[in-house]
Design a protein around this ligand. Structure first.
Ligand code: KDG
Length: 342
C-alpha cells in the first residue's frame, strides 16, 4: 500500500506489505523491552523493516517482548552504538558493515570498490557461508551479529559540480571535492585514489556538514539520500555504484544472554525474516528514490560503461593495497559466489 502523508511528494514507493507473521506464540519466558538505535530516518527501509522485526517478536510472545526503534542517530552513531552494545547500555543497533571492520576485519571485503556486480550477486554473498562466518566472528566482541541485510549500492552526491569522471572528482583547475566517507580505511583509500579529500564523519553530522559547506559531498544509496533529505543541500548526483555495502543487525551479548534460548531462537528467526523484507523494500526504494530526487531538482548523471571503467581503473590501487590485507582467498571466494549468479 502507498503511504501518503499528505505531503507534496509521495513519501514512499508502492511498497510490498510485510509478510504475514506466522508461527506459534512462544511460551512465557519473561518480559523484555529492547531498545534499538539506527542512523537512518523513519522513512528508510531499515526503519520500516526494524519495526516489522519488533512486530514479529511482539506477536510471537504475546507482547512480552517489545522493540523500540530510535532513528536519526538519536542514540549515537554506528561506532558509538556498537560500543554501547559492548558495554550493555544499548540492546541493538544496525550499522553498515563498513563501520564494523574494527571488530571483524574480513568485513572489509565488502568495502572493495566494484566487487559485487549486481544486487543478485550481493544477496547471494550475504546468504553464503562466507558471510555467516563473518557474523560468527563477532564471538568474543560482546556483540551478537544476527543477520546481514541491504544498505545497497552507494552513489556520489555533491554540491559543487556534475561529476562524470574521476577528473571531475579531483578537479583540474579547481580543488578536489571534499567527500564525507564512513569511518573505514578502504573507503578513505577509494576517495583518495579518485583525487577527492575524503573526510570520515559520523552519519548524524553529515546533513549539517553539507549544509554548512564543511564537505562538498557524500556517498550513499539513493534511498538514503532521499530519506535523509540530502537533496536539500546537494544539487548533483552521479550513479557511480562504486561499492555495495550491507547492514548488520546486531544485539548486545549481554542482552542476548539474558534471553531464554527459546527467545534467542525467535530473535534470530525474526532478524532473518525482517532482513528479507528489508532487502525487498530496499529494491523497491532504489530506482524510485533516484526518480524522486530528480523530481525534486537534483541533477543526476548516469554513467555509461566506458565512464564506469574510468572509475574502476582509478581505484585499482585500492585493490593492490587492500587485497593482501583483507585476504586474497576470501576475495576470490566472494567473487566465485558472485560469478555463479551472473
Ligand atoms: O543506520 C545506519 C546508518 O547509521 C549508517 O550506517 C548509514 O551508510 C550509512 C552511512 O553512510 O553512514
Amino acid at each position: 500500500a502507498t503511504l501518503s502523508l499528505g505531503m507534496a511528494h509521495a513519501q514512499s514507493p508502492e511498497l510490498s506489505d510485510p509478510p504475514a507473521i506466522e508461527g506459534e506464540v512462544v511460551a512465557d519466558h519473561g518480559s523484555h523491552t529492547i531498545r534499538m538505535g539506527i542512523g537512518l530516518s523513519e522513512t528508510s527501509p531499515q526503519y520500516i523493516s526494524s519495526r516489522y522485526f519488533g512486530d514479529i517478536l511482539e506477536q510471537r510472545t504475546d507482547g512480552r517482548i517489545t522493540v523500540n526503534v530510535f532513528p536519526n542517530s538519536q542514540l549515537g552513531d554506528d561506532v558509538q552504538m556498537m560500543e554501547m552494545l559492548q558495554t550493555g547500555t544499548l540492546d541493538m543497533t544496525y550499522p553498515s558493515s563498513s563501520a564494523a571492520t574494527t571488530y571483524v576485519s574480513e568485513l572489509a571485503a565488502f568495502d572493495l570498490p566494484f566487487l559485487l556486480p549486481s544486487r543478485e550477486a550481493a544477496i547471494a554473498v550475504m546468504h553464503s557461508e562466507v558471510a555467516q562466518g563473518m557474523l560468527d566472528a563477532f564471538e568474543d566482541t560482546g556483540i551478537k551479529a544476527l543477520t546481514f541485510s541491504e544498505n545497497g549500492y552507494r552513489q556520489l552526491s555533491n554540491s559543487a559540480r556534475p561529476v562524470t569522471s574521476p577528473q571531475d572528482v579531483a578537479g583540474l583547475d579547481v580543488r578536489g571535492l571534499t567527500v564525507r566517507t564512513m569511518e573505514n580505511p578502504v573507503h578513505l583509500a577509494i576517495w583518495e585514489a579518485l583525487g577527492a579529500n575524503p573526510t570520515p564523519m559520523a552519519f548524524g553530522e553529515l546533513f549539517s556538514a553539507m549544509e554548512q559547506g564543511v564537505v562538498d559531498g557524500q556517498e550513499n544509496p539513493w534511498s538514503t539520500i532521499l530519506t535523509s533529505n540530502f537533496n536539500e543541500v546537494q544539487d548533483y548526483g552521479t550513479e557511480t555504484r562504486h561499492v555495495y555495502t550491507p547492514f548488520i543487525m546486531m544485539m548486545s551479548e549481554r542482552t542476548w544472554n539474558r534471553l531464554d534460548p527459546a527467545y534467542q531462537a525467535l530473535v534470530q528467526e525474526a532478524a532473518r525474516q525482517s532482513a528479507e523484507y528489508e532487502i525487498q523494500l530496499s529494491a523497491e526504494y532504489d530506482d524510485w528514490s533516484r526518480s524522486q530526487l530528480e523530481e525534486r531538482g537534483m541533477q543526476i548523471t548516469r554513467l555509461d560503461d566506458e565512464q564506469i571503467a574510468a572509475f574502476q581503473e582509478a581505484v585499482q590501487p585500492v585493490y593492490e593495497e587492500w587485497s593482501p590485507r583483507i585476504g586474497e582467498d576470501l576475495i576470490a571466494e566472494i567473487q566465485a559466489i558472485a560469478n555463479a549468479v551472473q
